[in-house]
Write a protein that binds this ligand. Structure first.
Ligand code: PMP
Length: 404
C-alpha cells in the first residue's frame, strides 16, 4: 500500500496539490470500501456518475455480455454497432422527436465540443453565448465557453467571439441577436454552485434563441439521467433545447457522452466535407451496452422519482444553524454554509465519520450532495445523522486541536 501511494505520487499527474487520495478496494451500491477495510458512504457518486450505485448487477451483466462479443471494431459511425443503435433508439424514445438523432462521444467535454461545432456549421455564424459561472469542460472549445476567467486565463487565447451573460438574468438576454450561432446553458448550474434559475428566465432564454435563429444547447452532463427528478432537467421546465449534451452517469460508470439534435441539424456533420467531425472511440460498444442497461433500470425502477424522495429527505432532515441554504433539485443538491473554513472542516469531519462529500469547482462554501439514486433509506438516514454530527464538530472545533 505504501508502495502504491508513493507510485501515485511519482507517476500519476495530480490536478491539485492536495488530492483526496483515498485508496479504493471495491465499491458496491452506495458504499465504497477503502484499502484497509474502512467503509464510506458515497454522497457524491463520483460527481454525479454512479447514479445506479456502484456495480449495479444489470450494468455489470451487460458489460460482461458485450465483452464476450466484441470490443472496439471500427471508428465511430461506419459500422452498425448493435449496442450503439440499441442505446440511441432507447434514449431517443424518451426525448422529443426534435432530439431524435444522437452522436456518441467518450466524455462530456467532447459532447460540448461537438455541439458547438454543429451550431457554428449549421447557422454559419461564429458568436457563442454562455453564462457566468458555467462549467462545460476542459478541452479548448468547452473551456472557451466556461464562465470562470480564472480557469480560462492560463490558456488564452481561446476561441474568440464568446459573450458571457449573467445567469438567470432576463434583461441580459436581449443581447442574443442574429449574430449568435448558439447559446450554451446548464438548466441547473452544477460547478457554479448548484444554481436553479427561475422558470421565467428559462422560457425567455428559449424565446430569445428562437427569435435570433440561434441554437439553444442544454448541457445536461450533470443534470441528466434522472438526477434532478426527471430523465433530463429540461423535461420539468416545459422548454426543449435544439441540442442536448450528456455524459457522466450515461454510461453507468463507463466512459460515454453524446449530443442529441434533429436529423436536419445533425446532417451538417455528414458533408461539406464528409468526415469533418469524427472520433475513434466515441460510443464504445462496452460503454453503450452499459448505458442501455443503466437507462433501462433508471426507467423501469423510476429512479427519477427516487431523486425527488432524496431531495425531500435531505431538505427535511439536514438542518443546522450554520446551514444558510440547501438548494438544487432531486439528488443534485448544494448545502451552503456560512463560512469557507467551516466548510473545509465539515467535509473533513464527514469523511472521518465515513461520509464522502465534495465541493463544486467555483465555490468554497457550497458542499455538493449527490448520492446514488439507489441509496437505501437506512444508509441515507445514517449519512444525514453523521453529517449533522460532523457539522456540530466542525462548528465547535475540538479544544485539543486549538493552539494553546
Ligand atoms: N458540463 C458539465 C455541466 C459538467 O458538470 C462537466 C463535468 N463536471 C462537464 C461538462 C465535462 O464533462 P467531462 O468531465 O466528462 O469532460
Amino acid at each position: 500500500m505504501t508502495d502504491l501511494r508513493s507510485q501515485f505520487t511519482e507517476h500519476i499527474a495530480w490536478t491539485s496539490d492536495n488530492p483526496i487520495g483515498l485508496s479504493v478496494r471495491r465499491a458496491e451500491g452506495a458504499v465504497i470500501e477503502l484499502a484497509g477495510g474502512r467503509e464510506i458512504v458515497d454522497m457524491i457518486s463520483g460527481i454525479a456518475v454512479s447514479s445506479l450505485g456502484h456495480g449495479h448487477p444489470a450494468v455489470l451483466r451487460a458489460i460482461h455480455e458485450q465483452v464476450d462479443k466484441h470490443l472496439h471494431v471500427m471508428v465511430y459511425g461506419e459500422f452498425v454497432i448493435e449496442p450503439q443503435v440499441r442505446l440511441a433508439t432507447l434514449l431517443t424514445s424518451h426525448l422529443p422527436s426534435s432530439l431524435g438523432v444522437v452522436y456518441l462521444t467518450n466524455s462530456g467535454t467532447e459532447a460540448n465540443e461537438g455541439a458547438l461545432k454543429v451550431a457554428r456549421k449549421y447557422t454559419g455564424r461564429t458568436r457563442m453565448v454562455a453564462f457566468q459561472d458555467s462549467y462545460h469542460g476542459d478541452t479548448m472549445g468547452a473551456l472557451s465557453v466556461t464562465g470562470r476567467s480564472v480557469y480560462r486565463q492560463p490558456f488564452e487565447p481561446l476561441i474568440a467571439d464568446v459573450t458571457f451573460l449573467p445567469y438567470d438574468d432576463i434583461s441580459a438576454l436581449s443581447s442574443i441577436d442574429a449574430s449568435v450561432a448558439c447559446v450554451i446553458a446548464e438548466p441547473i448550474q452544477g460547478e457554479g454552485g448548484v444554481r436553479v434559475p427561475s422558470n421565467a428566465w428559462v422560457h425567455e432564454l428559449r424565446r430569445a434563441c428562437t427569435r435570433a435563429g440561434a441554437l439553444l444547447i442544454f448541457d445536461e452532463i450533470q443534470t441528466g439521467f434522472g438526477r434532478t427528478g426527471s430523465l433530463f432537467a429540461f423535461q420539468q421546465l416545459g422548454v426543449a433545447p435544439d441540442v442536448l449534451t450528456m455524459a457522466k452517469s450515461m454510461g453507468g460508470g463507463m466512459p460515454l457522452g453524446g449530443f442529441a439534435a434533429s436529423r436536419e441539424i445533425m446532417a451538417v456533420l455528414r458533408r461539406d466535407p464528409a468526415l469533418n467531425h469524427v472520433t475513434t472511440f466515441g460510443g464504445h460498444p462496452v460503454s453503450c451496452a452499459a448505458a442501455a442497461a443503466s437507462l433501462r433500470v433508471l426507467i423501469d425502477e423510476d429512479l427519477a422519482s427516487r431523486a425527488k424522495w432524496i431531495e425531500q429527505t435531505i431538505k427535511q432532515r439536514l438542518r443546522h444553524a450554520r446551514i444558510v441554504e440547501i438548494r438544487g433539485r432531486g439528488a443534485m443538491l448544494g448545502m451552503l454554509l456560512d463560512d469557507d473554513e467551516l466548510t473545509a472542516r465539515f467535509v473533513a469531519e464527514s469523511l472521518s465519520a465515513g461520509v464522502l462529500l465534495g465541493w463544486t469547482l467555483h465555490s468554497n462554501r457550497l458542499v455538493r450532495i449527490a448520492p446514488p439514486l439507489t441509496i437505501p433509506e437506512p444508509i441515507l438516514h445514517s449519512a444525514v445523522d453523521r453529517m449533522i454530527d460532523a457539522l456540530n464538530a466542525a462548528a465547535t472545533p475540538n479544544a485539543a486541536q486549538q493552539p494553546t
